[in-house]
Design a binder for this molecule. Structure first.
Ligand code: ADA
Length: 559
C-alpha cells in the first residue's frame, strides 16, 4: 500500500457545472498539497465551487489496483485517464475505486471536487451546521496494487469475541482475484511464525475464529496492541498479503452502566472537531498528537469525534495512547425534510458502512454514533434511527450504538440504542430571564438523571454527550458574565462535578475541546467571531481558565 499524499497539480475552476467538466480541457494548473482543504488556504478562503486535482499514478502493467480516499468534500468525480470511474458525495466518508489492469504503467488521476451546498446531490451537507464545511481532498489517498488475476487479500478485519481474555478473535478476510470455494491462509500473530488456516469463502470473504498467542488486553491504562499478517498459501507475491493492528478489549452496556473488560467505566472527555485555523479540517498528525497530550493532561479518557467519521491517523493515535472514542456519521440537526429524503437516507447508510469498514480494527472506537441532534422527539425520525441502529449492529455487533439527543426529557427513540446520550446546555441557552444561570446546571442535570432512573431506561447507561458555555479567549471582566473565561470555567467545573458524582451517570463529554470556525452568513447561528467559542482551548490551543477547572475535576477521578 502506498500513500499518494504530497504536492499535486491543482486548479480552482469556481462556479462551473461539475457534471459537464472534462479534465482534458483544463489548462494552467498550479500546485497544492494533499490532503488539504482548498478553501482553508489564504488564496481561496471562503470560496465555493469546483476544484481540480491531478497527479500521475505508477501501476505496473498487468496489475489491478485500488485507490482509497480517506475523505473528499463535498461531492467529487474521479477520473483515470480521462474516464470518470467514480462519483461520491458525503465529504467525510471514506471510499474506494477499483482500477483494472492496463498495458500502460503510467496513468493519470484527476479529481473534480465541488464544495457548493446542493441539497439534491449532497443532502448530508447543509449550510446551517454549526461548523464550517470545506472542500478538497481532506484526507490521505492510498494506492494498493494487486496481481491482476491471481487471488489476493483485499482487507483484514479483526474483532475480539466474548473470549477476548483468552485471545479469541473473529477474523474477516476479504479476497479478490480468481478465488475458489475455500482457501488456505498463512497467518502470523505479532510477527511470530505463520500458522495455516483453511476457510470457506462466502461472498468473497473468509471468516475464521482464531486465538492470539500470548494475549494482552487493551485498555486506556494499558493500550497494548496486537498485529496480524495474512497471506494466501502458495502465493509468493507480497502485494496480495495484508496486515492489521487490533486490540483485545470488550465494551458492554448493561445494568445502567458501561463496562470495559468487565470493569465499570466512567467516561471523562471532550467533543473534538478536526480543525485548526491554519489547516481547516486537515490537521496534521503532530497537531492531533498535541491535542491528545492536552486531553491526557486534562484527565480525559474519552473523545467524541464530532460530527463526522474520523481521520484514520487520529484513531491510530487514540489506539496507541489509550483514548476511548465515539465515532459518528456526518449529521447536525437534521429534521423531517432531510431525514425522509431518499438520497439522504441512501448516502447516510452508505457512509455508515464506509465508516465501520474503515475503523473496524481500532480498539479505541467503542461507540458508533449517527445523526447528532436529529429530530428524535418526532415520529418521522424513528425509521432512520432504527434503520441506522440495525445496520450498525449488523455490521459490527461488538460495539455500542447511539446518537446524541437534544431532547433529554422528550426523546422518543432511546429504546432503539444501547446508550442514552444527551446534549444539554442549562445555564447557557434558554435562560434569558434568569439572574444566576449557573444555578440552573445542577438541578437540570439532576432532573435528567431522575428521568432515566425509571424502569423504562433501567438497563441503559446515560452520558452527557455535550454541555458547555462560550468563553472568549482573553475576555475577563468583573461581572464574570456570559462569554468571559470565568463564566465558562465556573460552568464547566459545575457540569463536570455533577456528571461525575451522579450514580446514574456513566460520564461526560464537554462541548468542546478547542474553538472552531462556523458560519457568519445565511441561516447560520450568529456567533462572536463566527467561531464556536465553547472550546476549553482557543483555536491555537491556548488554554482558557476553564482548562484548569476541568483538569482539577477530571484528575480527581483518574485512578
Ligand atoms: C449542539 C451541537 C454542537 C454545537 C453545540 C453548541 O449541541 O451538537 O455541534 O453546535 O450545540 O455550541 O450550541
Amino acid at each position: 500500500m502506498s500513500c499518494l499524499d504530497g504536492i499535486w497539480d491543482f486548479l480552482f475552476l469556481g462556479d462551473v457545472d461539475l457534471d459537464a467538466c472534462a479534465p482534458e480541457s483544463l489548462r494552467d494548473w498550479t500546485k497544492t498539497g494533499v490532503p488539504s482543504a482548498f478553501d482553508a488556504t489564504p488564496d481561496l478562503a471562503g470560496k465555493r465551487g469546483v476544484a481540480a486535482y491531478r497527479r500521475r499514478l505508477s501501476i505496473p502493467a498487468g496489475h489491478s489496483a485500488k485507490l482509497s480516499f480517506g475523505a473528499v468534500s463535498m461531492r467529487c468525480r474521479v477520473f483515470v485517464d480521462g474516464v470518470c470511474l467514480r462519483e461520491h458525495a458525503c465529504g467525510y466518508a471514506p471510499f474506494g475505486l477499483e482500477l483494472e489492469a492496463s498495458d500502460d504503467s503510467e496513468r493519470e488521476l484527476v479529481l473534480l471536487v465541488d464544495n457548493r451546498f446542493d441539497f439534491e446531490h449532497t443532502p448530508m451537507h447543509e449550510p446551517y451546521f454549526d461548523f464550517y464545511q470545506y472542500g478538497g481532498i481532506l484526507r490521505s489517498v492510498m494506492l494498493q496494487v494487486f496481481p491482476d488475476t491471481k487471488p489476493s487479500i483485499d482487507w483484514v478485519k479483526v474483532a475480539p469475541t466474548e473470549r477476548y481474555r483468552d485471545g479469541e478473535v473473529s477474523l474477516h478476510i476479504g479476497l479478490r482475484g480468481a478465488v475458489s470455494d475455500s482457501m488456505t491462509l498463512l497467518i502470523a500473530w505479532d510477527h511470530g511464525n505463520e500458522q495455516s488456516y483453511t476457510g470457506t469463502i462466502i461472498d468473497g470473504e473468509i471468516t475464521l475464529t482464531a486465538r492470539v498467542p500470548n494475549p494482552s488486553l487493551w485498555s486506556p491504562e494499558s493500550p497494548l496492541l496486537h498485529a496480524v499478517h495474512v497471506r494466501i498459501k502458495d502465493e509468493s507475491h507480497a502485494s496480495g498479503s495484508q496486515q492489521a493492528r487490533f486490540g483485545l478489549r470488550w465494551i458492554e452496556a448493561r445494568e445502567g452502566a458501561l463496562w470495559l473488560n468487565g470493569e465499570q467505566l466512567q467516561l471523562r472527555g471532550y467533543n473534538r472537531h478536526e480543525w485548526h485555523p491554519n489547516f481547516g479540517p486537515c490537521t496534521p498528525p503532530l497537531q492531533m498528537l498535541n491535542d491528545l497530550q492536552h486531553l491526557r493532561d486534562l484527565g480525559c479518557n474519552f473523545i467524541r469525534g464530532s460530527h463526522y467519521p474520523q481521520d484514520q491517523r487520529f484513531l491510530d493515535l487514540c489506539d496507541e495512547l489509550g483514548f476511548l472514542v465515539w465515532e459518528e456519521n456526518l449529521g447536525w440537526g437534521q429534521r423531517e425534510r432531510t431525514l425522509t429524503n431518499e438520497t439522504f437516507r441512501a448516502q447516510h447508510l452508505e457512509s455508515l458502512r464506509a465508516m465501520v469498514h474503515a475503523s473496524y480494527n481500532h480498539p479505541c472506537v467503542i461507540i458508533w454514533g449517527f445523526l447528532n441532534e436529529a429530530g428524535s422527539d418526532q415520529p418521522y425520525a424513528r425509521p432512520i434511527i432504527e434503520e441506522s441502529a440495525v445496520e450498525l449492529r449488523q455490521l459490527d455487533a461488538t460495539r455500542l450504538v447511539s446518537f446524541a439527543s437534544m431532547y433529554a426529557l422528550t426523546d422518543i427513540c432511546f429504546d432503539l440504542v444501547d446508550l442514552i446520550a444527551i446534549n444539554i446546555y442549562p445555564g447557557w441557552y434558554d435562560c434569558d430571564d434568569v439572574e444566576d444561570p449557573l444555578a440552573l446546571i445542577a438541578p437540570y442535570m439532576q432532573k435528567c438523571f431522575d428521568h432515566f432512573s425509571s424502569d423504562a431506561y433501567a438497563d441503559k447507561p446515560v452520558i452527557i454527550s455535550e454541555i458547555g458555555a462560550e468563553g472568549l479567549y482573553g475576555w475577563h471582566e468583573p461581572h464574570h458574565d456570559f462569554y468571559t473565561e470565568a463564566y465558562q470555567a465556573n460552568y464547566l467545573r459545575i457540569a463536570c462535578q455533577e456528571a461525575l458524582e451522579h450514580p446514574r451517570s456513566s460520564g461526560i463529554a464537554l462541548w468542546h475541546f478547542s474553538d472552531a470556525r462556523t458560519y457568519g452568513t445565511g441561516r447560520s447561528i450568529k456567533r462572536p467571531r463566527t467561531f464556536n467559542n465553547k472550546g476549553t482551548l482557543d483555536e491555537y490551543r491556548r488554554p482558557k481558565l476553564a482548562y484548569q477547572a476541568v483538569r482539577d475535576v477530571f484528575n480527581a477521578y483518574t485512578s
